[in-house]
Design a protein around this ligand. Structure first.
Ligand code: FES
Length: 87
């Protein structure tokens, strides 16, 4: 479990184990464009302003992963207790 904070509104959303970031935000009325929902296409690519992503996609390369400033929220999660997303 971890929290996602949206930079634009400052609102915080709890992401439970059974849901992706995209699914949890969508239920809360925040939609992120998606296509494959499997971390392959890059459609949902989102900028990370703070926190450490747990990358589970197959879209970003090693260099992108290490920068911790992008994530694919259809499948990736967080290693830190909170991620601040540029949404
Ligand atoms: Fe395809 Fe997230 S929707 S990578």
């Amino acid at each position: 479990e971890f929290d996602v904070k949206l930079a634009s509104t400052g609102r915080i959303y709890r992401i439970t184990k059974d849901k992706s970031i995209v699914a949890a935000l969508s239920e809360a009325g925040v939609s992120i464009p998606t296509s494959c929902e499997q971390g392959v296409c890059g459609t949902c690519l989102t900028r990370v302003l703070n926190g450490e992503p747990d990358h589970r996609d197959s879209y970003l390369n090693e260099e992108d992963r290490m920068k911790n400033d992008l994530l694919l929220p259809c499948c990736s999660r967080a290693k830190s207790t909170m991620l601040v997303l540029d949404l």
